[in-house]
Design a protein around this ligand. Structure first.
Ligand code: PLP
Length: 382
C-alpha cells in the first residue's frame, strides 16, 4: 500500500517505514559528520558537501513531515523562530506582509522590530474576520500573508481556505503557523496554504527536550529554493542529535495529540461551568466564535491548547496557578506533561492578552487528575 493511501497515523508510527539498508536496523543511525568526502575526480556524486546545508539525519524527519502535511518538501531549523524568520528573510527587502494581531508574541515582536528598521512593511490585522485582510492585501504589493490558527494564546481561528483565496488574488503567498493544530488535525496545504510552519519544539517532538522548527512547502518552486538557500547560508540548523530525538517524538504524534484533544475538550467543558472562570477560550466549545470554522478545517479534535479567564483578575489568576499541584507553571506547550502559564507576565505591556488569562497546555496525564487539580486550585483549595 503506498504511503499516501495509508492512514497518516501509520506513516508517523513507522516514520515512513525506513530501515537501514546495510544492517536492517529499524531505527536509522544518527549522523554527526560535519563534512563529506569528495569523489577522486573532484565531484560530489553522493550529493553531500557540508552539514550546514546537508545533514543526512534530516532526510527521514523532513520526509515524514512532508508526508504528514501533504507537501512537496520540508526543511528543519534550529527553532520555530528560525523557521518563521527564514520565511520573512527570504522576501525582497522592504516587502509588504500582513500578519495577525493575535499570534505567537515573539514573532509579532520580531516583525515589529523588522518593520521599525525598514526591512519589512507590516500590517497587523484581525484575522478572525477577513475584511481587514481583504483591505490590507494589496495586489502587486503584498508579498506574504502570515496566519496562525488556532492562534496562541487566545486560540482564535482563521479560515485558511478563505485567507488563501484573498492572499492569492493579491498575488501573495500564504504561510500558516500550524504549531497548535499539528498535521494530525489540520493540513493547511489542502486548504490552499503555500508554506506551513511548525515550532517542532511543541507537538511534533512532544517531550519538552528539543527546540526545533520546520517549514513545509506546497511546491519546490523558486521561493522554496530561496528558503533552502536561507537555511544553508543563514546557518540556523538543527543538531544531529536533536533531529534524531525529533523523529523519535514524531512516531507517537498521533496518540499524544488525540489524547490531548480529548482531555482538552473535557477540561474546557468542565471549566466553562466553574464559578471562578469568567471565560474559556477553546474552539472545541460550540459557543466559541471560531467553532464553526474550526469544525471545517480541524478533523478529529480542536487541539490540546486552551485558555481560562479567571474571575478576580490578574492576582486571582496568578494565585490559582500557584495552587496547582499537577500542572507545571512553565512556558511552552505541546509536551506530554501539562503546563500552565500566566501569559501576560511573559508577553508584557504591548500584548493583546488579558491580565486574567491562564494558558493551559494539556498533556497526556489522566484527565480526571488534571480536572481535579484545576478545580481545587480555582476554588482556592491547596
Ligand atoms: N509559533 C508558536 C505558535 C509558538 O507557540 C512558538 C513557541 O512558543 C513558536 C512559534 C516559536 O517556536 P520556538 O520556541 O521553537 O522558536
Amino acid at each position: 500500500m503506498p504511503h499516501n493511501a495509508r492512514h497518516p497515523a501509520t506513516t508517523a508510527a513507522q516514520a515512513l517505514g525506513w530501515t537501514d539498508r546495510e544492517t536492517g536496523a529499524v531505527i536509522l543511525p544518527m549522523h554527526t559528520a560535519t563534512t563529506f568526502e569528495r569523489d577522486p575526480d573532484n565531484q560530489y556524486r553522493r550529493g553531500r558537501i557540508y552539514a550546514r546545508a546537508d545533514n543526512p539525519g534530516y532526510d527521514q524527519p523532513e520526509a515524514l513531515i512532508t508526508a504528514l502535511e501533504g507537501g512537496a518538501a520540508s526543511l528543519l531549523f534550529a527553532s520555530g523562530m528560525a523557521a518563521a524568520t527564514a520565511v520573512f528573510r527570504s522576501l525582497p527587502a522592504g516587502a509588504h506582509v500582513v500578519a495577525p494581531r493575535v499570534m505567537y508574541w515573539a514573532l509579532r515582536r520580531w516583525l515589529a522590530a523588522e518593520a521599525a528598521k525598514g526591512l519589512l512593511t507590516v500590517d497587523f490585522v484581525d484575522l478572525t474576520a477577513l475584511d481587514e485582510l481583504r483591505a490590507a492585501a494589496q495586489p502587486g504589493a503584498t508579498a506574504l500573508v502570515w496566519i496562525e490558527t488556532p492562534a496562541n494564546p487566545l486560540w482564535s481561528v482563521t479560515d485558511i481556505a478563505a485567507a488563501a483565496d484573498i492572499t492569492h488574488q493579491a498575488g501573495a503567498l500564504l504561510a500558516v503557523d500550524s504549531t497548535a493544530a499539528t498535521p494530525v488535525l489540520t493540513r493547511p496545504i489542502e486548504f490552499g496554504a503555500d508554506i506551513v510552519m511548525h515550532s517542532a519544539t511543541k507537538y511534533l517532538n512532544g517531550h519538552s527536550d528539543v527546540i526545533a522548527g520546520a517549514l513545509t512547502g506546497a511546491r519546490r518552486d523558486n521561493f522554496w529554493q530561496c528558503l533552502v538557500a536561507e537555511r544553508g547560508a543563514g546557518g540556523a540548523i538543527l543538531g544531529g542529535f536533536e533531529a534524531y530525538l525529533l523523529l523519535r517524538g514524531m512516531r507517537t504524534l498521533f496518540p499524544r495529540v488525540e489524547r490531548a484533544c480529548r482531555s482538552a475538550q473535557l477540561i474546557a467543558e468542565r471549566m466553562a461551568a466553574h464559578p471562578n472562570v469568567a471565560a474559556v477560550l477553546y474552539p472545541g466549545l460550540p459557543s466559541d466564535p471560531g467553532h464553526a470554522v474550526a469544525a471545517r478545517q480541524m478533523a478529529g479534535g480542536f487541539g490540546g491548547m486552551l485558555s481560562l479567564r479567571v474571575r478576580g483578575g490578574e492576582a486571582a489568576a496568578i494565585a490559582a496557578a500557584a495552587r496547582l499541584r499537577i500542572w507545571k507553571r512553565a512556558t511552552s506547550l505541546g509536551g506530554v506533561e501539562s503546563l500552565v502559564e500566566h501569559r501576560a507576565s511573559i508577553e508584557g505591556m504591548s500584548s493583546p492578552v488579558p491580565p486574567d488569562l491562564l494558558r493551559l497546555s494539556v498533556g497526556i496525564e489522566d484527565p480526571g487528575d488534571l480536572i481535579a487539580d484545576l478545580e481545587a486550585a480555582l476554588s482556592g483549595r491547596d
